[in-house]
Design a protein around this ligand. Structure first.
Ligand code: FES
Length: 153
């Protein structure tokens, strides 16, 4: 895992703040206040400016997520094809609400807008991997595959 100083050194420009923050989120899963403070001290960019950018863009998270972040598409096509049923099955299986992390740290989930693959609706994304035509039954086996390390990177 890159530390904040080495991430900053890849860019070294205030103009690249968004790329720096994307890199931090990729490495840590989210952007903590502690890392905002560290970035401010290595870059000279004011904490308030960094915090403002983090909270302005919805792509940035300020809370931790599970090792596997399940994004449930709630766009129109997925919605009409049963996204709510998938969410409710997932809640039953994982025992968490949106943005909570399972006790083993493996999973959390969030509802998102269209993932851009409507022909596969209902669709979900786990980290970077898309699953299409998901059903309340198949979501359980997909999660089990992750538990068993089938998609380990
Ligand atoms: S609405 Fe779900 S992928 Fe487009």
């Amino acid at each position: 895992m890159d530390n904040i100083l080495s991430i900053w050194q890849k860019y070294k420009s205030k103009e690249d703040l968004i790329s720096v923050l994307q890199d931090i989120q990729e490495n840590y899963g989210y952007i903590s206040m502690e890392n905002i403070e560290k970035l401010s001290s290595v870059s000279g960019i004011k904490e308030s400016k960094i915090y403002g950018v983090v909270t302005f863009y919805s792509q940035f998270r300020t809370e931790p997520v599970g090792k596997y972040l399940v994004s449930i598409c709630k766009g129109t096509a997925c919605h009409v094809n049963g996204a709510d049923l998938i969410e409710s099955r997932l809640v039953d299986v994982l025992g968490v609400k949106e943005n909570e992390i399972t006790e083993d740290g493996l999973f959390s989930y969030e509802n998102v807008a269209c993932l851009g693959c409507c022909s596969l609706s209902p669709a979900i994304m786990i980290n970077e991997k898309i699953f299409g035509n998901v059903t309340p039954e198949s979501i359980e086996s997909i999660l089990n595959d992750y538990r068993e390390g089938k998609y380990e990177d």
